[in-house]
Design a protein around this ligand. Structure first.
Ligand code: NAD
Length: 483
């Protein structure tokens, strides 16, 4: 049994109350590790450590901070294989995916923000007509909290921590209790990299016992959260009481709009990825596939045929495309949505069931990639986030109808448009309710760009200088040099 520890004030330690929580290997459906089941006392200790480390860390030169963060990036890269295995075991995702995507991106997050901070500058506003000059300082906030989900554990954990630290804040971070392993391994890396004690504190445990205490704590100046819309809304309420800054990256129900004039082969290949990558557990996956009626039948037949070929299996097998979903509870939620789809009049074109493997993987949580058609846009399956390998396909006749269908949920995270018509692409991109629109591609990410959603998908933006702006407070100084 592996034992995960909290990382508080530079030390690896168990929860003060001695309680632990079980950590599952979803590929086998067994407990393989324990993590601290922390409470408010651990959070308090971590916040004190963060507050005590703040003067030291924020007082470091940018170069010195940047060097330590670059060292962390290097160590993540060096330990890529070990981290990818750990991520795959903890989350159920294929090991090759963790090796190619999750872990390199975690390293890139540190490298990117370690470099970005050296280029980050603030503005001046000249008032020469009256003999005055304004300049704006961007100062770190103090102790900030980051809270992240289970779907891209180290990738999203570091996406928040790196800019917060680069900007000079000290951090108390909570990974998901469902996938705590790589956050723990990151604590060991931070110690090895020479990050001073208390600059980053990682507290494991449940949302209500740890996350909620972090968000309500008076010393925490800002909260960067990624997770469900339900929890995001809870956090916004708590944060509002103390007027804390919040950045909320939440759920989605992303449309994938396919016009008859698209590059068909490229679209089909990418649509398989945008539907089912990471078992459909990426907030940016397209779960509502809207297809122009003239190619609907062809698309449906080709898509179903290709998806039937997808291999679902144990995550260490390099030939599998889909591994296990993250937990038993999540698998049951996905399967229950498939039942709801049937009740709502949908037809399951392929999938729709749990996959039972053999041998040591017989109790793992595997779901066959599922395509549903015939559902009304307003039904639950087309409105609520399922966050699994389940998509619904629907035909449309006009651009206006496609837009109306695309925009008809409470969410607005991302959208994908497939067309070779430039004017149509620009028009759709402008009109879609989404923080991110991809045209003729999916998940192509430049870390400098603003990342986030509209409507109930998000508040604020991460990425590039947007993240550095979030983790700093502007202070304007006006100097009158001439009377
Ligand atoms: P979740 O909201 O259940 O949990 C996210 C984190 O919040 C966890 O660490 C959890 O312990 C913590 N938490 C729970 N209750 C809390 C509370 N009351 N106060 C403070 N913290 C609390 O989400 P999840 O199931 O881990 O992740 C899946 C969700 O994340 C999906 O909705 C998905 O769309 C979303 N997501 C969004 C993005 C994005 O960038 N928009 C990216 C990835 C995942």
């Amino acid at each position: 049994m592996k034992v995960i520890s909290n990382y508080i004030n530079g030390e690896l330690k168990q929860a003060n109350n001695g309680e632990i929580l079980d950590v599952y290997d979803p590929s086998r459906g067994i407990v393989y590790a324990t993590a601290p089941n922390s409470d408010h006392t651990d959070v308090e200790e971590a916040i004190i450590a963060s507050a005590n480390a703040y003067d030291l860390w924020s007082g470091y030169s940018i170069t010195k901070r940047s060097r330590i963060l670059l060292k962390i990036a290097d160590l993540i890269e060096e330990k890529k294989e070990m981290l990818a295995k750990a991520e795959s075991l903890d989350n159920g995702k294929p090991e090759w995916l963790a090796t190619m995507v999750d872990i390199p991106r975690a390293s890139d997050n540190f490298r990117f923000f370690a470099n970005a901070i050296t280029q980050y500058a603030s503005e001046t506003y000249d008032m020469s007509d009256v003999g005055a000059l304004n300049y704006t300082l961007r100062q770190p906030l103090g102790v900030v909290a980051t809270i992240s989900p289970w779907n891209l554990p180290l990738y999203l954990f570091t996406w928040k921590i790196a800019p917060a630290l680069a900007a000079g804040n000290t951090v108390i971070a909570k990974p998901s209790e469902v996938t705590p392993m790589t956050a723990f391994l990151l604590s060991e890396i931070c110690i090895e990299a020479g990050l001073p004690a208390g600059v980053l504190n990682i507290v494991h445990g449940f949302g209500e016992k740890v996350g909620a205490v972090m968000t309500g704590h008076k010393k925490v100046k800002a909260i960067s959260f990624t997770g469900s819309t339900r929890v995001g809304s809870e956090i916004a309420k708590v944060a509002a009481q103390n007027f804390k800054k919040v950045s909320l990256e939440m759920g989605g129900k992303n449309p994938n709009i396919i016009f008859a004039d698209c590059d068909y082969d490229k679209m089909l290949k990418t649509t398989i990825n945008s539907s089912f990558s990471n078992q459909g557990q990426i907030c940016l996956c397209g779960s509502r596939i809207l297809v122009e009626r003239s190619i609907y039948d062809k698309f449906r037949n080709d898509f179903v045929a290709k998806v039937k070929e997808i291999k679902v299996g144990e995550p260490t097998d390099s030939s599998v495309k889909l591994g296990a979903v993250v937990s038993k509870g999540h698998m049951e939620k996905i399967l229950s949505f498939i039942e709801i789809a049937k009740e709502e009049g949908g037809t399951i074109l392929t999938g729709g069931e749990r996959v039972m493997l053999e041998g040591e993987y017989k109790d793992g949580y595997y779901v066959r990639p599922t395509i549903i058609e015939g559902l009304d846009q307003q039904c639950r399956v087309n409105q609520e986030e399922i966050f699994g390998p389940v998509v619904s396909i629907m035909p449309f006749d006009t651009d206006e109808e496609a837009l109306e269908l695309a925009n008809s949920t409470v969410y607005g995270l991302s959208a994908t448009v497939w067309t070779e018509n430039l004017s149509r692409a620009h028009k759709m991109a402008r009109e879609l309710d989404a923080g991110i629109v991809w045209v003729n591609t999916w998940l192509l990410r430049d870390l400098r760009t603003p990342f986030g959603g509209v409507k109930q998908s998000g508040v604020g933006r991460e990425g590039g200088y947007h993240a550095l702006n979030f983790f700093t407070e502007p202070k304007n100084i006006c100097i009158k040099y001439n009377s």
